[in-house]
Design a protein. Structure first.
Length: 104
């Protein structure tokens, strides 16, 4: 069931874009500035929202689903939430999906 949910969530191009941006935040968010270095906490949700050009509720839903899947980590700093990839969980998810596909 996990692989099915993951594939459904990752079928959304915005969620894939967010994961791509978070892979190299220094490159993806080079035109933006935030208080903390990206490697310290990740990327502020407001920057992700601005880059995506969507409303705060829409971005929050995307980030929440990625967080619940375990492929991003969220950390509150003051009133802001910062996100970064969880590459260990991404790799485990890839392995799970691969195993399930090989069983078909």
């Amino acid at each position: 069931m996990l692989a099915e949910n993951a594939m459904k969530l990752l079928a959304n191009p915005l969620r894939v874009a967010i994961l791509t941006w978070l892979k190299q935040p220094d490159v993806a968010f080079a035109a933006y500035s935030q208080l903390y270095p990206y490697d310290q906490y990740g990327v502020c949700a407001s920057l992700i929202q601005d880059k995506a050009g969507l409303s705060q509720p829409a971005i929050s839903l995307c980030l929440k689903s990625l967080h619940e899947l375990g492929v991003v980590e969220a950390q509150k700093v003051g009133k802001w939430t910062y996100y970064r990839r969880n590459d260990i969980n991404i790799q485990a998810l890839v392995e799970t999906i691969t195993q399930q596909l090989q069983q078909l």
